[in-house]
Write a protein that binds this ligand. Structure first.
Ligand code: ADP
Length: 869
């Protein structure tokens, strides 16, 4: 036994139950068992040979390295002690290696081959190498590499082939045969070793590659971390999203989506474009104010105070808001509602929206859908689009940060028609209280509850609002203001606001109420007050300019200037020294002093080195001074007193836009009637209609920038008059031709204003009748109404504005279509109607009866033109 090592590798104590051992056995000599003597019995012959470098189970007695060379079985001394034990004893026969020639070619070749294979294996298998060295050291025998038989034995001894193969080597008594067999097992060992080493190499290289990658990645991480880039940033980002989400009350479904997206983001390379998309999405998802809202303030007194503070009148709107609050107070919650404020421009629709938000203590967001054609503006883009964004309402929620803002949607009547998809229906989906508690934005892709949003829409015209949308809205008409209302608005709201905005807050500058009246009458006739506001703003601006120009720089020195007029307590009290900085530097607002000081002033804001020899500042542009000091408002000397009266109003706002209410100082000739028109800017107007006839060929000419519809009205009117010429007493007999040799010209003055709409029908017809019957029309009568060819009078719009204009013009009688009666009685304020008599008509005959009442022609008409016919 040249070496033994534990095969199981576990414990080494012999105590172990089934412990295996690997022993390397090297043969000394060959024996053959001829007889087995059982313990105490007779001998049996068995062929058992030695040399097995295989595992040998300890319990089985190792074949004893044959004791004595003696032939006898009769207990030689050395083994006799065994007889007392149950040990088998064998008789053996010695085998002798056949003689051979050491220099035999074959033998030598085998030997060198075996040696070379040894080397090969030793290179591949370090364990094998150890065994060889071990063996060579331990070996008592002479150099195995010189003896072919021993070499063969050795080769077999260190090989681990099958037992049978090894046995063959043992049994081979001819040396060349033994060498061949040994070489065979050795070769197998080599192949084994080669295979083993290849496998291990493969595995090694795989592991090495992975390790290399891992190593590189770790380094990359380290580098990025050093640079404060990416990975760390992603972690922070995810942390941020988590924090944000934790502060929100996301619904279950949304939370799930959030978690999924977050997990997705975690797995993505930060540079990947998809990561960007996910990040943006998460950003939006966590910026929608899930569950966050401003506490509701249902105090009626507070709301009333706020609404009155901001707006005069508008009682409908205000009481609607109070209703809303009362319901909210009782129920504890309010469902979102759509309020639609309809009315002409400048009547405060938008600004009341703002004060509703203030009254309710909610956030305010405004957007306009005028001309909007893209559904995506409302519903958002799908997330896959480049630059995709959610729709407006989601943006609104993000901006205001609460779930219950007041959202003002301007110009719903001007919403466009999309090429793909209809924005109006998208808007409907968003507004409809029935379905907007789970509004699905394309980008967000999770239902968002909009039911707590209070929607306020504004529109100029209800006709163009898509019907389904209009259906769901609660329309509050904000009709224009009458003169008295405008006067109050001007004195209580617009005036003080404008004064403040012009820096004249504490100055004694007064806009006389009579001047305001003139403004309203001759400058700003629109039903809204925006134009009036503009004029009042202009007045105060002009006043400010005049004030500064008149008092000059002595009173209002530039901050750098040293002078302080004794009379005026200039706000920035600057000691009279050039070097001193202008104002105390408490404020740090940035402003750029680039304006040139007035030319009459010798020293300005520009520092001394920027002045030329004459002390005048060098021209601007050389160097702009930069400062962080905020300018203080100037105090206006108490000596200033300005009155703006009707007399000096012209100096502020120029000559009146509207010269007078009546065109005709004297009663006009026959052929002139008075119509009522509605102009595009939301104002009504009293419009005279002039008709004249002249020799010609029976043509009709129309001037005054008339639209197609008015031209048609004129044609209808003329046809009606022609067909009723005999009844009207224009012709002598029924069959008489009329107007065959004359042309008719109709003109509506103020030709610069375009006139549309059918409402002038009755007035044109009246003008024709007046012309042909040569009967004057009372200029105190005005009329409006569309006519049909057979003489029906049809209803028209814009009555409040028209009546307002009539009121201003001192009209005493208005002839209006009967179908407009309810409208007038309901919606037009009493104050405007006082002093005006309303005559409601269904047929043009009634118009004519009314207009020409008491005139000679009506005597005849009693027979020919009775209203019943
Ligand atoms: P709209 O949206 O109807 O076109 P705005 O809301 O922009 O008009 O109103 C124009 C201006 O008129 C605003 O500055 C507003 O403050 C003012 N205004 C309108 N109506 C009133 C009112 N009833 N009381 C006070 N100011 C008003």
């Amino acid at each position: 036994i040249t070496s033994v090592f534990s095969a199981s590798g576990s414990g080494e104590g012999g105590e172990g139950k089934e412990e295996g051992l690997t022993a390397v056995l090297y043969p000394h000599r060959r024996i053959k068992i001829t007889e087995l003597v059982k313990a105490g019995g007779q001998a049996k012959v068995e062929e058992v040979k030695e040399e097995e470098p295989q595992t040998v189970e300890p319990p089985t007695p190792p074949p004893s390295p044959a004791p004595e060379p003696a032939e006898s079985t009769a207990g030689p001394v050395q083994t006799s002690f065994l007889h007392n034990h149950a040990v088998s004893i064998v008789n053996v026969e010695n085998l002798v290696t056949l003689p051979y020639n050491k220099d035999d070619q074959y033998i030598r070749a085998f030997m060198s081959e075996i040696v070379s294979v040894f080397k090969d294996i030793a290179q591949l298998n370090p364990l094998f190498r150890d065994q060889i060295t071990n063996f060579s050291i331990n070996q008592v025998a002479s150099n195995v590499f010189d003896e072919p038989d021993k070499l063969a034995d050795f080769a077999a001894a260190v090989s681990t082939d099958e037992v049978q193969e090894l046995q063959y080597v043992l049994e081979a008594l001819a040396v060349d045969d033994r060498l061949r067999k040994a070489l065979l097992v050795l070769k197998k060992e080599l192949i084994n070793a080669q295979l083993q080493s290849k496998l291990s190499r493969d595995v090694d290289s795989k592991i090495a590659k992975r390790q290399w990658e891992y190593y590189l990645l770790e380094q990359l991480k380290g580098i990025k971390k050093e640079l404060g880039m990416e990975n760390d940033g992603k972690d922070k980002l995810i942390e941020k999203f988590r924090e944000r989400a934790a502060a929100l009350k996301m619904p279950e479904g949304v939370r799930k989506v959030f978690d999924e997206e977050l997990a997705k983001l975690q797995g993505l390379e930060p540079a990947a474009s998809e990561a960007n998309v996910t990040r943006n999405y998460l950003d939006w998802l966590t910026q929608i104010p899930w569950g966050r809202h401003t506490p509701e303030n249902y105090s009626l007194t507070h709301a009333e105070r706020v609404l009155d503070e901001d707006h005069y009148g508008l009682s409908d709107v205000k009481s609607r808001i109070l209703e809303f609050l009362a319901v909210g107070k009782l129920r504890g919650t309010v469902q979102g509602k759509i309020i639609c404020l309809a009315g002409p421009p400048g009547v405060g629709k938008t600004s009341i929206g703002k004060s509703i938000a203030r009254a309710l203590g909610r956030q305010f967001f405004r957007f306009s859908v005028g001309g909007l054609t893209d559904v995506a503006e409302i519903k958002g883009h799908r997330r896959t689009y480049v630059g995709a964004l959610p729709g407006k309402i989601i943006q609104a929620l993000k901006r205001v940060g609460t779930e219950n803002p007041v959202v003002l949607i301007d110009e719903v009547d001007k919403i466009g028609r999309g090429i793909n998809g209809d924005p109006a229906s998208a808007l409907l989906e968003m507004l409809d209280p029935e379905q907007n508690n789970s509004f699905l934005d394309h980008y967000m892709d999770v239902p968002v509850d909009l039911s707590r949003v209070l929607f306020v829409c504004t529109a100029n015209n209800l006709d163009t609002i898509p019907a389904p949308l209009l259906d769901r809205m609660e329309v509050l008409e904000v009709s224009g203001y009458v003169s008295e209302e405008k006067a109050v608005i001007a004195s209580r709201y617009l005036g003080p606001q404008a004064k403040d905005a012009s820096g004249l807050k504490d100055a004694d500058i007064e806009l006389d109420p009579s001047a305001v009246d003139v403004l309203i009458k001759y400058y700003c006739r629109e039903s809204g007050v925006r134009n009036l506001k503009k004029h009042i703003d202009k007045i105060y601006r002009k006043a400010a300019l005049k004030l500064v120009q008149d008092l000059g720089e002595e009173t209002f020195p530039e901050p750098k200037e040293a002078e302080v007029t004794p009379s005026a307590g200039a706000a920035s009290e600057v000691p009279a020294s050039e070097e001193k900085p202008a104002a105390p530097a408490e404020e740090t607002h940035e402003s750029i002093e680039s304006q040139e000081p007035p030319p009459n002033e010798s020293a300005g804001t520009i520092e001394s080195e920027h002045k030329d020899s004459s002390g005048k500042p060098t021209h601007e542009g050389e160097r702009k001074e930069v400062t962080t000091q905020e300018r203080k408002p100037m105090e206006i000397p108490a000596s200033v007193h300005v009155r703006i009266t009707p007399e000096n109003l012209k100096d502020y706002v120029g000559p009146p836009v509207y010269q007078k209410d009546r065109m005709y100082a004297q009663p006009p000739p026959p052929g002139v009637s008075t119509g009522l028109g509605y102009l595009g800017n939301g104002s009504g107007a009293v419009m005279p209609i002039e008709a004249m006839s002249m020799p010609g060929k029976g043509g009709l000419q129309l001037t005054g920038k008339l639209g197609e519809v008015i031209r048609e009205s004129a044609n209808i009117g003329l046809s009606w008059v022609k067909s009723h010429a005999y009844e009207l007493g224009i012709t002598k007999s029924e069959g008489e031709q009329f107007l065959t040799d004359r042309d008719v010209h109709v003109h509506m003055p103020e030709g610069s204003i375009g006139k549309e709409g059918p409402s002038a029908g009755t007035a044109i017809l009246t003008a024709f009748v007046s012309l042909f019957t040569k009967t004057k029309v009372d200029p105190d009568i005005a009329m409006t109404g569309e006519i049909s060819l057979v003489g029906q009078v049809l209803p028209v719009g814009g009555l409040k504005e028209k009546i307002l204009a009539a009121h201003r013009a001192g009209i005493k009688t208005i002839i209006a279509p009967a179908a407009n009666r309810a409208d007038i009685e309901e919606n037009v304020p009493e104050s405007v109607k006082t002093g005006i008599r309303f005559v409601y008509v269904e047929n043009v005959r009634e118009v004519l009866q009314e207009v020409f009442k008491g005139q000679a022609v009506t005597e005849r008409w009693k027979d020919t033109l009775s209203t019943s016919s």
